[in-house]
Write a protein that binds this ligand. Structure first.
Ligand SMILES: [Fe+2]
Ligand SMILES: [Fe+2]
Length: 292
């Protein structure tokens, strides 16, 4: 079956709005900014290490197909590009602060560069597929982060704000890479499209889980926590409590359903909740529930 148009684009009323904010320039966050916890600080730092180069890659992959995009999507790609460029800037600043507090991020950065070099060696459509898969990943992580304040409980206030701000914009532009992918492959048979997206998703998920776990363990080592205790702390944090990886598993699986579209999950209520509290730096007191 051929798809001649984007089946389910982003909601018509959605506006992708870059929020040019700066974080942590005037305050000195402690080295263990996440509540003094080694494993929590390590996994977020490991994640942040991927963003400057990773998000530049996302932008490059999507923009390669912009010429072919209908006007609305081309505009969304522009806004997506601006958002990701600002995210890169802020996470670069965040990473430099982590380095100033004594962490050596070079091994983690090198791993990111190696992965990107391999992907760039493939065709542009594979890069777009990898971006589309990773954008789903970031969107479901962002959803969890905003929906359940336990993920950032105890974190230094401005650093927590950085992660919330980034999460909001990841949700806001979550349909862009996917719509670009649908448009770029609109003449493909459905089975061929599904096969490539499923294979790429399995591949990037494996790399994401393996690399971020290894990166976090390396940073924990730099804090003097190694071996079995390090593994136990980290796995408990990721899979049990607060259990980010466990909690995104269901949303991750939905990607493989034939009718999947990022906006099948309309989580704009999280954006509204953020806007209602944005700027005051206060964490919502309770888990944010879907507005009915
Ligand atoms: Fe981003
Ligand atoms: Fe993104």
């Amino acid at each position: 079956m051929l798809v001649n148009a984007i089946a389910t684009p982003s909601p018509a009323s959605l506006s992708i709005t870059p929020r040019d904010r700066r974080f942590g320039r005037d305050t000195a966050a402690p080295r263990l900014w996440h509540g003094g916890r080694v494993e929590a600080t390590a996994i977020y730092n490991a994640l942040s290490t991927t963003f400057p180069k990773g998000e530049a890659f996302f932008v490059e992959s999507v923009r390669a197909f912009r010429k072919d995009a209908p006007p609305k999507l081309a505009e969304e790609i522009k806004a997506f590009t601006t958002q990701e460029a600002i995210h890169s800037r802020e996470h670069d600043a965040f990473n430099k602060r982590a380095e100033r507090s004594g962490y050596d991020l070079s091994a983690l950065e090198q791993r990111v560069e190696e992965r990107l070099a391999i992907t760039r060696g493939r065709s542009p459509i594979v890069s777009l597929a990898a971006t589309m898969a990773l954008e789903h990943f970031t969107a479901i992580l962002a959803h969890q982060l905003l929906a359940d304040p336990r993920h950032l409980a105890g974190a230094e206030r401005e650093t927590a704000e950085l992660w919330r701000w980034h999460s909001v914009e990841e949700i806001e532009h979550k349909g862009v890479a996917y719509d670009t992918w649908l448009n770029a492959t609109r003449h493909w048979p459905r089975w061929k499209r599904w096969k490539l997206k499923a294979r790429v998703m399995l591949f990037v998920t494996r790399n994401f889980v393996v690399d971020r776990t290894a990166g976090a363990l390396e940073l924990m080592r730099q804090d003097g926590v190694t071996g079995l205790p390090a593994w136990a702390m980290l796995l408990r944090y990721l899979w049990v409590r607060p259990g980010m990886f466990r909690k995104i598993a269901g949303a991750w699986l939905k990607f493989f359903l034939p009718g999947f579209r990022p906006w099948n999950e309309d989580d704009r209520y999280l954006l509204a909740a953020y806007e209602a509290s944005a700027g005051d730096g206060l964490q919502p007191e309770r888990k944010v529930r879907r507005a009915v």
